[in-house]
Design a protein around this ligand. Structure first.
Ligand code: DGL
Length: 412
């Protein structure tokens, strides 16, 4: 690798000239500065001179990458987000970067764990995801697993990763191999990136015996271990920290540390000779309604009128203001399903303690135990895709289908 000096205007930069990938813009060069930061320069705006040579490991040079045939084969499916991106030095924005070559050159350690294939299913920011994207991912994951891959990694934007993990947990049936969602809070060409450790740990989980939909992300802000979160128990709890993802009302399934998995709670185990199938009939006419002081009754009435199902994110133990009672009562009489979760996230709804809770229960609001509101929202779509019958919906909403409800809540 070349050590170079770059002169741009009256500024001088010294660092290593990074190899350029096929997909990159030929008008730019990227220099890794000695402090670890990568900087991009437009070639015609700089003067560049070579000031030395640096020996680097052979695996980083642009010769063909050798993958080991004897290792288990896994597929990394790109769907977008920061993990699938790198900085575009022209605009300062992040842009997609997702070839097998790029992934492996940036993360050569992966080649010691698995034989990696990659594909891009779509490339969107996860705030733009819709239920149709969950279905596309579920269908593709089933195809990949049934075609013989040992596990699948889904590279995903972090903002709504926990919605997708819940949706896949309900839609992928007879799952007997790992499905690992992974993201990063900082793109892989930043020195503070979490992408490498997340992807490395995700690859270890994808080759493990954990046959569930899981999210694998940093366990703390140290760059040393990742938690394996159950897909129906996880939530993004911070805007920017690398350990933004937390298991709520449950311990994580386990941790990946020093290349090894340690598990904390029982999980579904890998089984050979099975076929995954997709159960993706969703009724998307569901609304997630957050309660707050001063909420407008007329708007709530319009929502109740329009939607087949409503998940209330109530206050405290599962409450909503008394003046909404007749709106909800009317909705339930019209055959709408109204469920209750709590905006405290931690803990279990208990609507028997206060009169508002008791009144909501008496009109038929379904209390969803310790289920997360977003998970309840996805689950209600899934359940209403099967039936609109109140008793059947109630039974299914209160049945633990994919680890989303527990008898005893664990606080951590
Ligand atoms: N808005 C984000 C998303 O796709 C990009 C950032 C990220 O991946 O964390 O969810």
């Amino acid at each position: 690798m070349k050590l170079v000096r770059v002169k741009k205007g009256d500024k001088i930069f010294e660092g290593y000239l990074l190899p350029r990938y096929e997909t990159e813009d030929k008008n730019y060069v990227t220099i890794k500065l000695k402090n670890g930061y990568n900087v991009g320069f437009k070639i015609d705006e700089i003067e560049i001179e070579e000031i030395g040579d640096v020996k680097i490991e052979k695996k980083y040079l642009s010769e063909k990458l050798e993958q080991k045939e004897s290792l288990p084969k896994i597929m990394i499916v790109g769907t977008g987000g920061t993990i699938s991106s790198k900085i575009d030095y022209e605009t300062g924005a992040v842009k997609p970067a997702f070839t097998t070559e790029e992934i492996l050159r940036n993360n050569p350690e992966l080649m010691n764990i698995a034989r990696i294939d990659t594909e891009v299913l779509f490339n969107i920011l996860s705030e733009n995801m819709k239920p149709i994207h969950w279905k596309k991912i579920a269908r593709r994951v089933a195809e990949i697993l049934n075609s013989g891959y040992y596990g699948v990694i889904i590279a995903h934007g972090t903002d709504t990763m926990h919605f997708t993990s819940a949706a896949l947990s309900f839609m992928l049936k007879n799952l007997y191999k790992p499905v690992v969602l992974v993201g990063s809070q900082r793109s892989s060409d930043r020195p503070s990136t979490d992408a490498f450790l997340n992807l490395y740990s995700a690859t270890i989980v994808a080759t493990s015996d954990i046959a569930e939909v899981v999210v694998v992300m940093h366990s703390s802000s140290n760059d040393d271990s990742c938690y394996i979160h159950r897909g129906t128990r996880v939530r993004k709890m911070h805007t920017s920290r690398r350990d933004a993802f937390k298991s709520i009302n449950s311990l994580p399934i386990g941790i990946v540390e020093n290349g090894k998995i340690k598990t904390f709670i029982p999980y579904r185990k890998r089984k050979e000779g099975e076929e995954v199938y997709v159960d993706d009939e969703l009724n998307e006419n569901v609304f997630l309604l957050k309660i707050f002081p001063g909420i407008d009754k007329e708007i709530v009435a319009k929502i109740v009128e329009k939607f087949d199902g409503i998940v209330i994110e109530g206050t405290g133990l599962g409450h909503a203001p008394e003046d909404l009672l007749d709106v909800f009562k009317w909705g339930i009489e019209q055959g709408k399903i109204i469920c209750m979760t709590s905006q405290t996230l931690y803990g279990r709804v208990n609507m028997n303690v206060y009169s508002t809770g008791r009144k909501l229960l008496s009109i038929g609001v379904i209390p969803l135990e310790d289920m997360l509101p977003e998970v309840a929202y996805v689950k209600l779509m899934y359940v209403l895709g099967k039936t609109k019958d109140y008793n059947k919906v109630r039974e299914l909403m209160l049945k633990n289908i994919a680890g989303e409800i527990s008898e005893r809540t664990i606080y951590i």
